[in-house]
Design a protein around this ligand. Structure first.
Ligand code: PLP
Length: 469
């Protein structure tokens, strides 16, 4: 398109005022806010201007007022109506990071409501009328549950690692095995966090084998601490050697250094004892870790948070780091965390009361029963062309917890005479609430391990949803 035509198109655009005088937009303004609609009109006209200027092909048709009004309305609708959409987790990944990991226990939800709907004694001591300690209640619970001397809380485990390293090792070396230089989804890369903490990374060993002598010879005047990272989302198998936490703690102690362990998930309950289980926080501390860090919303089953447990002298230093103020958890998180931790005071009931633990440990026949019910409901609800059947499935903990371990599960396999598994996947997602299944081996599966109510996985009008694709 030539300069002339472009100029003609630009001149043809209406003014903001003219657009706002359109009856449909006057209605919008009365419904929402005049300023909102005016802002949207300005944005749409600016976008049209730059579209015309950058247009390379044939001249675009004249921009109609109708088209502009429709775009402004769309812009307004996006802003006023877009909220988070509920997602039913039938993916078989119990702690799915992209949909918000752990579902909170009822007690935690109640605590969030209380904290959100008024003021609380968040960091105010009601017995003295003076300022209190923000993490005090969570700390008391964590000490009881893990045997730690002290504990504090930040926003997530990445922040916990950052502040721990910055406090204990700024300007000095952090010794880590090359087999543990992890990357977790969502761009948590341990080597980068170490550098951002102001520390120097001292890699030792090789990808598959790291020996005691590697740590011993790397330790010198520049060393601040020995670091162990839980290899959350992968396993090194085959010809491998690593140094266990106990031995690492001995090497550290002989050199007067602390050992920090990033546990990732940091289970508080011994869910799956044995080779495939996650080490518990208490075990890690008992095995000699000076400080451990872990997430609040992985196997713990609480809100997003980073928990730091360990020796009092070290945790006190972490607490005093100015970064603590920058990374502190908010009142709703603390309320949910505290309520979740309180459920762990009774280990007999915690697996039934914390949803993440319930989903991970519920017996297979209970999952199968839910799958049968969902299957029956689907048979009733879906029209011709659909086939549904209960099949074996494999669930995983997710979020880097219990790597390599799959949990037997049951799923409803849904198929359709003419729509493939990807179409079904999309059609279930287009339901409200969205239903997140998974495609596996060419089949569309609705995994029932993390589903409480079978009715939740039955979309409305699936037939017409598919037809509308
Ligand atoms: C998940 C994980 C992290 C990051 O924790 P967030 O709470 O997501 O910030 C760090 N280290 C390990 C080993 C992990 O598994």
């Amino acid at each position: 398109m030539g300069e002339k035509e472009k100029n003609r198109s630009l001149r043809g655009l209406p003014s903001v005022d003219a657009v706002l005088r359109e009856p449909a937009l006057e209605q919008e303004a009365a419904l929402h806010s005049p300023a909102l609609v005016a802002g949207a009109a300005r944005d749409v006209l600016a976008a049209l201007r730059s579209e015309i200027l950058s247009f390379e092909g044939a001249a675009p048709g004249a921009v109609s007022m109708e088209g502009i009004v429709a775009r402004v309305k769309e812009e307004v609708a996006t802003l006023v109506s877009t909220g988070a959409v509920r997602v039913v987790n039938a993916s078989g990944t119990v702690l799915h990071t992209n949909i918000g990991r752990a579902v909170l226990a009822k007690e935690a939800i109640d605590a969030v409501l209380l904290a959100a709907s008024g003021n609380t004694d968040l960091e105010f001591d009601l017995s003295t009328g003076e300022r209190g300690e923000r993490d005090a209640r969570v700390e008391a619970l964590l000490k009881r549950l893990t045997g730690a001397e002290a504990a504090c809380v930040v926003n997530n485990n990445a922040a916990a690692v950052l502040i721990t390293l910055n406090t204990l090792a700024e300007g000095r070396e952090v010794v880590v095995s090359r087999g543990e230089l992890i990357e977790i989804g969502g761009s948590f890369r341990l080597p980068e966090i170490i550098v951002k903490s102001g520390c120097l990374l001292k890699e030792v060993g090789t990808t598959n084998r790291t020996h005691e002598r590697d740590y011993e010879s790397a330790t010198g005047p520049q060393t601040a601490l020995l670091f162990k990272a839980h290899t959350s989302n992968y396993r090194v198998v085959g010809f491998t050697t690593s140094v266990g936490l106990g031995r690492l703690a001995e090497i550290a102690a002989a050199n007067g250094l602390p050992v920090v362990e990033d546990l990732g998930s940091g289970s508080l309950a011994n869910l799956f004892p044995g080779r495939d289980g996650e080490p518990t926080v208490a075990q890690s501390l008992a095995n000699g870790a000076s400080v451990v860090t872990f997430s609040g919303d992985k196997l713990l089953g609480g809100p997003q948070a980073g928990l730091i447990c360990g020796k009092k002298e070290l945790v006190d230093r972490i607490r005093k780091n100015p970064l603590k103020r920058a990374l502190r958890a908010d009142k709703m998180t603390l309320a949910a965390l505290e309520a979740t931790l309180r459920l762990y005071l009774n280990m007999d009931t915690v697996t039934s009361r914390v949803p993440a633990l319930r989903y991970l440990t519920r017996p297979l026949d209970e999952v199968e029963e839910a799958a049968r019910k969902a299957c029956a409901l689907m048979k009733k609800a879906f029209g011709d062309g659909f086939t549904v059947e209960v099949v074996d499935s494999k669930a995983v903990a997710g979020a880097g917890a219990l790597p390599g371990r799959s949990i037997p599960s049951k799923a409803v396999a849904v198929s359709h005479a003419s729509a493939g598994p990807d179409k079904l996947f999309a059609a279930f997602l287009s339901n409200r609430p969205a239903i997140l299944g998974r495609v596996h081996d060419g089949r569309f599966l609705i995994d029932m391990r993390a589903i409480d109510d079978p009715a939740d996985v039955v979309p409305a009008d699936l037939g017409s949803r598919l037809a509308g694709e």
